[in-house]
Design a protein around this ligand. Structure first.
Ligand code: IVH
Length: 664
């Protein structure tokens, strides 16, 4: 019996590892996410039932729930060197001449790969199992970040196959994909936290968190690019070693080429300088390496960096311009951001007129003032940023931190974490403007042609002062606006009308509740049958939803218990707004409840009971936690009942459940 279970568990783990490998290393999944989730859930269920069989390398064991107190240090078995840089093609040719001279031959080849902009990490596998992950540190000693690296899905906890050496150290780059970076920053702004300046800082910051559960949410990824210590050689050249990595299930970047000479290297570098913008991760150059290991040994290292390797750094796209003035911008949450107005300048294909200065600490750090000549750069090629002051202006206008809101003049308060200044006046015209623009925005109610210009006109004419007023606008009012023809006015009203049946998730997002972005709104919409049940939810009910913490729960509760907000929502309903919900909800009796089912039920198959719970507004979960509302236990229930008892989670019988549904 136990042997059978062990076989089943081993088999599931093997399948899951194989699919991870196909997904992350080969970029070629052969099953759908749903099928993958099914395998994963099955394994989880078996492990919950037979906890003795859980092993640390099981794919279910990526996140250890325990925060750590501090990182211990690790001495690297081989130093983690850095790479010398070149900044132009002449320097690359000079590098090639040194190689030819030192090797005394022209018989060598290069590999050319992308320089991933993240942070270097060393992974140690013993008998195919990930035993340690360390940061580069000073190259000799780094930090032990194993618990955090284990949460990165593309890092295998166990190598694939059996062909790997007993000890294998792999080095590579941990990075944050651009989309994950943007999403993270969006959330941080919503929560009033400091934004990360670029994906590299975000990756480094995420890996140094003491709580692995938070790291797990940061969507980090990994590419392997070099060898550390090994108990036996795996190849005689780099290109083959990289292919062996791939066979072991380690993700490598596919954009690697062999080059016969430096001209070919230069061609590849030129191509990537243009095409790198298409990638969904940041690169800051190319890395050029001698391919054959014996030749690398002949060339040796200089102590700091190997002689067989060079980086070709892409020119950071920078421009010089003058700060004409510094404005204060009030966002929809009241956060006040300093923005530099620049003399327009061309940068990376666009004309830059403004650059964010992030916050007031940043102004102090840069010591920038209106009148200064500054260097601007596309930070991570995403947002234009002032990098440094090149020359102080003759006439300087030093910048004072705000005491009053620049728009409504109410006193501003500094945020608790000490970075942001905030206007707390909910009637501040700037806050209202930003909230309305956000409400109508593409990812929210998506009201076409309802952009900042129209919002400004409507506000100026006092035709709108909140979301509800949008739905009261008439043709006569809109068509009388300056530069608005009848046709355009009709179009505006049509778009407004169309938005009335926008999805529940978008409607929730559009409200602009503090700490609730588009992703959180989707989670809320998934957990509530309709807006009324969300509005009526208690903080406890909200906290029971996975991914809703006490801070968000309080924001939501406070929002829906502020008379003015409820009044505006009701006015919207009265004017025809009716968010659509794709789910077929029979009732909302189970709204806000997370239910775990175990054992055999009399009246329902497993699929039927899950559907019934969802149809009544509830959510099904496979494992018992403190967030579980109750466990529905049939006959011969599993260990979930014990877990529920130990956590003090309510357990109910099938007949009690039928009573709740009103079907005795
Ligand atoms: S090879 C001794 N390959 O760049 C050579 N490094 O500026 C070992 N990096 O510390 C590194 N992409 O963090 C190598 N394809 C790549 C890389 C890469 C990014 C990083 C690495 C290194 C830094 C040096």
């Amino acid at each position: 019996m136990t042997n059978d279970i062990k076989k089943q568990i081993d088999n599931l783990r093997r399948q899951i590892n194989e699919h991870n490998y196909k997904y992350y290393s080969l970029n070629a999944p052969t099953i759908s996410d749903k099928e993958y989730d099914k395998l994963f859930l099955h394994l989880k269920e078996l492990e919950t039932k037979y906890p003795d069989m859980i092993t640390p390398d099981s794919p279910t064991q990526r996140v250890s729930g325990q925060p750590i107190l501090e990182f211990s240090t690790v001495a690297h078995s081989l130093p983690m060197l850095s790479i010398d840089n070149t900044y132009n093609e002449q320097e690359l040719s000079a590098f090639d001449e040194r190689i030819a001279k030192n090797l005394g031959t022209k018989d060598y080849q290069y590999t050319v790969e992308l320089k991933i902009d993240g942070l270097a990490i060393s992974l140690r596998y013993e008998d195919g199992i990930l035993t340690q992950a360390a940061t580069r540190g000073d190259g000799t000693i780094g930090d032990d970040v194993t618990v955090n690296v284990r949460t990165i899905k593309s890092v295998p906890l166990r190598l694939v196959g059996t062909d790997y050496p007993k000890v294998l150290e792999v080095r590579g780059e941990v990075y944050m994909p651009i989309k994950a970076f943007n999403d993270l920053n969006e959330k941080r702004v919503e929560a009033g936290e400091r934004e990360f300046a670029n994906p590299r800082n975000a990756a480094a910051g995420s890996l140094k968190l003491l709580d692995p559960e938070t790291t797990a949410q940061r969507k980090l990824s990994f590419f392997a690019y070099s060898l550390g210590q090994t108990s036996q050689p795996i190849a005689t050249n780099h290109f083959t070693a990289m292919n062996r990595f791939k066979d072991f299930g380690l993700p490598i970047n596919e954009n690697i080429s062999k080059a016969a000479d430096i001209d070919e290297v230069i061609k590849i570098c030129r191509r990537w300088d243009k095409e790198r913008h298409k990638l969904d991760y940041m690169t800051d150059g190319m890395v050029i390496k001698i391919d054959r290991f014996t030749q690398r040994d002949m060339l040796g290292t200089t102590g700091r960096a190997p002689r067989w390797c060079i980086a070709y750094k892409f020119a950071a796209e920078q421009a010089e311009t003058v700060v004409e003035s510094i404005d204060l911008q009030v966002g929809k949450t009241g956060v006040i951001t300093p923005v530099a107005n620049l003399t327009p300048v061309k940068l990376a294909g666009t004309t830059v007129k403004r650059a964010s200065l992030h916050n007031f600490d940043e102004i102090e750090r840069l010591d920038v003032a209106a009148g200064d000549t500054v260097i601007v750069e596309k930070a991570g090629e995403i947002i234009p940023q002032v990098i440094s002051v090149k020359q102080k202006g003759l006439v300087r206008e030093p910048f004072a931190k705000p005491v009053n809101c620049p728009v409504c003049s109410e006193p501003v308060k500094k945020d608790e974490n000490g970075v942001y200044y905030k206007c707390h006046n909910s009637s501040c015209p700037a806050v209202i403007r930003e909230k309305i623009i956000y409400f109508a925005g593409k990812a929210q109610m998506d009201i076409d042609s309802f952009g900042p210009a129209l919002v400004d006109q409507l506000l100026a004419k006092k035709l709108i002062k909140n979301f509800a007023d949008i739905y009261k606008l008439t043709f006569a009012q809109v068509s009388q606006l300056p530069r608005m023809g009848d046709k355009s006015a009709e179009k505006v009203l049509e778009s407004i009308d169309k938005s009335k049946t926008q999805t529940l998730a978008r409607f929730i997002a559009a409200l602009g509740i503090n700490n609730v972005g588009t992703q959180s709104a989707e989670i809320l919409a998934d957990n509530f049958a309709n807006i009324d049940s969300l509005m009526g939810a208690t903080q406890e009910q909200l906290c029971q939803i996975d991914q809703v913490g006490p801070v968000m729960a309080k924001s939501i509760y406070d929002y829906f218990h502020t008379e003015k907000n409820v009044d505006i929502i009701n006015q919207m309903f009265a004017n025809g707004v009716s968010p659509s919900h794709e789910k077929t909800i029979v009732s909302d009796i189970l709204a806000g409840q997370t239910i775990v089912v175990t054992g055999t039920l009399e009246n329902f198959s497993r699929d039927r009971i899950e559907q019934t719970i969802k149809d009544n507004g509830g959510k099904v979960s496979s494992s018992v936690s403190k967030k579980t509302s109750f466990v529905l236990a049939g006959t011969e229930p599993g260990s979930k009942v014990d877990k529920a008892q130990s956590l003090g989670v309510k357990i109910i019988s099938e007949s009690e459940f039928m009573k709740i549904l009103g079907k005795e």
